[in-house]
Design a protein around this ligand. Structure first.
Ligand code: NAP
Length: 279
């Protein structure tokens, strides 16, 4: 199955789930918070647009609230946290450091559809997640959809961010892969990457991964989203890597659509948990 088909199957399922909730008089609602100063970035605008489009097609209501300061954003977060009409909360990045530190303590775990609260991160760490973070979940859905067995596979994840690299490594570990996390201080990244049956790049540097990083026949998942002269470019230099790898995800239509759908899947999950509805 190509990633488009995997996404279509999931989207159809989410639409059916929303219809069942609507029959009970429930409209799942996602609240998106952001800081007004940061909204002009092209990546953020297109992410917001794709969430709105998919949510509409699935039947999820979206409220967007833009704040002019960190204090205002936290006040809005507190208000939405206690609102019965909001089921999931997404706080768009970039954010200042003080918010990055505060939000994991403040967001209510049952509405935390990005899995950034300390409680939900702890559950993920323990191997019994309530929610899984959308981008790593998108990768797992892609690998499952491609029928790629993970047990015993050597996986190298480049990037150790809290929203992508680290949780993805944990999720791969839960599927019995042997996982190594690489980062900017890793020594001899080329040699390490060449050991990978599956190489995931979440670095954010255009065309950083090249032929010399890839083992013959490896699967390469490119999570990088970089803008170069207005052109969208991944972390992977596609032309050279494609000669050696057996599969490479494209920057457009790769994991991205599955990330958005996984986020919306969490909104439905959150709604059901809050209203104690069995799946
Ligand atoms: P991030 O927080 O900036 O993390 C980047 C990671 O790359 C860090 O761990 C950093 O290491 C590592 N790194 C930087 N330079 C390196 C080098 N030379 N060698 C090895 N590792 C290096 O970014 P992020 O939020 O994880 O996002 C990563 C990329 O994925 C971005 O392009 C972002 O736009 C994209 N993204 C895509 C999706 C999607 O659905 N496709 C979703 C979210 C993000 P240190 O920790 O040592 O600094």
């Amino acid at each position: 199955m190509i990633s488009k088909e995997i996404a279509k199957t999931l989207e159809d399922k989410l639409r059916r789930d929303t219809s069942s909730l609507k029959e009970l008089g429930i409209t799942p609602t996602l609240a998106i918070l952001s800081l007004a100063d940061e909204e002009s970035s092209a990546g953020l605008e297109s992410y917001l647009k794709s969430i709105r489009r998919k949510a509409k097609s699935i039947g999820i209501e979206v409220i967007h609230n833009s704040s002019s300061s960190s204090r205002e954003l936290l006040e809005t977060l507190d208000k939405l946290s206690s609102s019965e009409n909001v089921n999931g909360i997404l706080i768009l990045k970039p954010l200042p450091d003080e918010l990055i530190r505060e939000i994991p303590h403040r967001i209510p775990p049952l509405k935390d559809i990005e899995c950034i609260s300390l409680e939900n991160m702890g559950l993920l760490f323990s191997g019994h997640p309530r929610f899984t973070p959308p981008t790593p979940e998108g990768v797992m859905k892609l690998l499952r959809g491609w029928d790629i067995p993970l047990e015993g596979k050597r996986v190298v994840v480049i990037g150790r961010s809290l929203n992508v690299g680290r949780p993805l490594a944990l999720m791969l570990l839960s599927e019995n892969a042997t996982v190594t996390i690489a980062h900017s201080r890793t020594i001899d990244l080329t040699a390490l990457s060449r050991e990978a049956d599956i190489l995931v790049s979440a670095v954010g540097k255009p065309e950083f991964i090249r032929e010399e990083h890839i083992k013959e026949g490896a699967i390469v998942i490119d999570l990088g989203v970089n803008s170069v002269n207005g052109r969208l470019v991944g972390d992977v230099h596609l032309e050279s890597v494609i000669e050696v790898a057996s599969l490479v995800t494209p920057v457009k239509g790769g994991v991205g659509p599955l990330t958005t759908l996984s986020l919306l899947e969490n909104v439905l999950k959150a709604t059901k948990i809050q209203l104690q509805i069995k799946s």
